[in-house]
Design a protein. Structure first.
Length: 83
């Protein structure tokens, strides 16, 4: 049986960032375990940076967007397999 998948979605239109700052390591990688409230990515819109946090505990299954790619509101960004 396949694990349930939770999808992190963008709450707003903006630019997707995998790291919290330029030159920093990505916040999450595929295969990494995350806990509830862990920051998994950042969305920048109109010079305001919004941290997106995991709402479920699990393992990052897929990152659906490239770093610095424009995203739309409600766009799926990261898939997390719920543990």
């Amino acid at each position: 049986m396949s694990p349930e998948i939770y999808k992190v979605t963008s709450p707003l239109m903006g630019t997707f960032y995998r790291a919290s700052a330029p030159g920093e390591n990505p916040l999450v990688e595929v295969g990494q375990k995350v806990k509830v409230s862990d920051v998994v990515c950042v969305i920048e819109s109109m010079k305001i940076f919004t941290e997106l946090r995991a709402d479920q505990e699990g393992t990052v299954k897929n990152i659906l967007v490239d770093d610095e790619e424009p995203v739309m509101k409600n766009q799926e960004l990261i898939e997390i397999a719920i543990d």
